[in-house]
Design a protein around this ligand. Structure first.
Ligand code: FAD
Length: 470
């Protein structure tokens, strides 16, 4: 796991590469190329793999050609959208990476309230395009995350309580299947595949384009964070539990335990001090948000309150600096029904033992619109979860990483009696088939296995949270 490794990577059979290059519109990056080191890297710096070739596709024809090459040559295959898979499932050793990051087209139709985005689009890029019209797709909380991987696992963020998951607003997807066929998935075209891509997407093919329904958001929202000393967290979390009990769907919150970061909005005397923060976004009228948030902002002795009316796109970028590219990350996740006294005490007790100044550990408020769809509406599981624990550790490099990883595992294990059983598939590491089954639940998993058998019987798409073909 050494990023300074000089391993040049395995060169592929040059005749195969020549054949692909002859009709390739994008860029092919081989180990000898100057930008290979940059292109092979993924967001999680602890992942250090050396593909034989990176095919930066310009369109569907490039994808189909690259896919054919890996099938003919029996090569390992990775598919990369934004490269933000926590376990690094978008890069392989040897083999070929189908990299979609050049595919950035976005079309917004403000009249019809729809948007179409190609698979290389990042969340911030889609928000910029849709917020120009005061519209948005509910998606994640860090702008440099890939739209593709996030959508294919479900997609939670500041708007899921108001408008549901990212996949709940998906109208259609275009998919290149294992056989090289290009198919549409929507309610009326291949509805079985449409059900599957909304939560288990990477298993059935390469999605080249997504069409979404858009909904009004902002563009000015009341958003920000209230910080307290971490030693106050037992009281803060008990208050928070009651505060969110009947919160409107417009309000979405994330609790963070961490050392206060040295960011411009944090006073210098707080830097490095253990804090608990409730980060909020009110996706409704600012005056309503002021009223709803007032009790939280008044509770106890806040160290800092940076909630204010601001552009939604600004709030969307609020976590960007806390999750930079190249840091070493480890994460375990679980869904928990409620913040009982026991859960709160375990959470605070372990949070007090965070060592790394870079570790930021989010607890997501769930519920709202996402919970009102029937449980089997899509392949996504976990609509009834109260909270998603996203126990994340970060260090700058190898130093201290093992220790922080043990901290993650310790907290996850201590919470085990309170796990609901479901876990968000996009918050899994490489944890084996049983955990993928947990992510979908047994009935949904069996249905997905049948679908996998239909669309990818040879398991060509296996570098993902893999579903074994039935
Ligand atoms: C900093 C950070 C913030 C995050 N915030 C959120 C959040 O707010 N909400 C949330 O729901 N999740 C969040 N996540 C989790 C995120 O949804 C997953 O990591 C997701 O897989 C990232 O997608 P990507 O395209 O960037 O990843 P990649 O690493 O490129 O891909 C992830 C997986 O999807 C597959 N894949 C990617 N593109 C395609 C495609 N076009 N067709 C088929 N398969 C494909 C890959 O093969 C791989 O298995 C976050 C992750 C990070 C690192």
């Amino acid at each position: 796991m050494d990023l300074t490794s000089s391993d040049p990577g395995v060169e592929l059979d040059q005749s195969l590469v020549r054949e692909l290059r002859a009709a390739f519109a994008g860029e092919l990056v081989a180990p000898k190329d100057a930008d290979y080191q940059q292109r092979r890297r993924v967001w999680n710096g602890s992942i250090n793999r050396h593909p034989g070739l990176i095919a930066r596709c310009a369109g569907v024809a490039d994808i189909a050609g690259a896919l054919r090459l890996t099938t003919d040559a029996g090569l390992p295959l990775a598919v990369r959208g934004g490269g933000h898979s926590f376990p690094g499932q978008s890069v392989c050793d040897g083999g070929l990476v189908i990299d979609l990051s050049l595919m950035k087209d976005i079309q917004v139709d403000p009249e019809a309230r729809t948007a179409t985005a190609q698979a290389g689009v990042l969340l911030g890029e889609l928000d910029q395009a849709t917020q120009a019209f005061g519209l948005a797709v509910p998606a994640g909380i860090v702008t440099h995350t890939g739209l593709a991987g996030l959508t294919l696992g479900g997609g939670i963020g500041w708007l899921h309580r108001k408008y549901g998951l990212t996949v709940d607003q998906l109208l259609a997807a275009t998919v290149v299947t294992a056989s090289g066929e290009v198919v549409r998935a929507s309610e009326s075209e291949n509805p079985d595949l449409f059900w599957g891509v909304r939560g288990a997407g990477g298993n059935f093919g390469i999605v080249t384009e997504f069409s979404f329904r858009l909904n009004p958001v902002g563009p000015i929202v009341l958003a920000g964070a209230v910080f307290w000393a971490m030693s106050d967290s037992p009281q803060v979390l008990r208050f928070y539990r009651d505060f969110i009990a009947d919160a409107p769907d417009e309000l979405m919150t994330i609790v963070i335990h961490r050392m206060a970061p040295a960011l411009p909005f944090v006073p210098a005397e707080l830097h490095g001090k253990p804090v608990v923060a409730v980060v909020c976004c009110y996706a409704g009228a600012v005056e309503d948000g002021e009223r709803v948030l007032a009790p939280l902002r008044r509770f106890g002795r806040p160290l800092l309150d940076v909630c204010a009316p601001k552009p939604f796109v600004e709030h969307q970028a609020a976590f960007d600096a806390s999750f930079p590219h190249g840091g070493w990350y480890y994460m375990r996740s679980c869904d928990v029904a409620e913040l009982s006294d026991e859960v709160i005490d375990i959470t605070v007790d372990h949070s007090m033992r965070i060592k790394s100044p870079l570790t930021a550990f989010p607890i997501w408020q769930m519920g709202g619109a996402l919970a009102r769809l029937p449980a089997d509406a899509t392949a996504f599981n976990g609509r009834s979860a109260g909270h998603t624990f996203n126990i994340t550790a970060m260090t700058e490099g190898a130093e201290g990483f093992d220790e922080e990883r043990e901290w993650v595992r310790g907290l996850w294990s201590a919470l085990e009696p309170y796990h609901t059983g479901s876990v968000y598939v996009n918050f899994l590491m490489d944890e084996g088939e049983d955990r993928v089954r947990d992510a979908y639940g047994p009935a949904r998993y069996d249905r997905l296995r049948v679908l996998k058998g239909k669309y990818d019987p040879d398991n060509r798409f296996r570098l993902n949270q893999n579903i074994a073909p039935a």
